[in-house]
Design a protein. Structure first.
Length: 95
């Protein structure tokens, strides 16, 4: 299991990448805090399949994006898990 810790500021852009290649082609599933993740309501948050990886791109990170993201790659021969602990530092807001 590969684990990465990251901290970003509110408003930043970031990308999570899950390498996935194999024969037969693997099944890739993203989770956020233990629940299946397919993206949020924002159009800038996309779960996209590349030739050998699956990527989530966040543009304009907010506090709701904070959490533990896990990617599970599996086929009949095995399983890989990538885990990203993602923290967001909020902007100071004037009163």
């Amino acid at each position: 299991m590969k684990s990465i810790k990251s901290t970003y500021k509110e408003g930043d852009k970031f990308t999570l990448t899950c390498e996935a290649k194999g024969v037969p082609a693997p099944v890739v599933t993203w989770y956020k805090d233990g629940k299946v993740f397919t993206g949020r309501h924002r159009t800038s948050e996309v779960v996209a399949a590349g030739q050998y990886d699956y990527i989530i791109t966040f543009v304009g990170v907010d506090m709701e994006d904070e959490g533990n993201y896990t990617c599970i790659v599996s086929n009949m021969y095995g399983r890989l898990t990538y885990s990203y602990n993602f923290r967001v530092i909020g902007k100071l807001r004037g009163t």
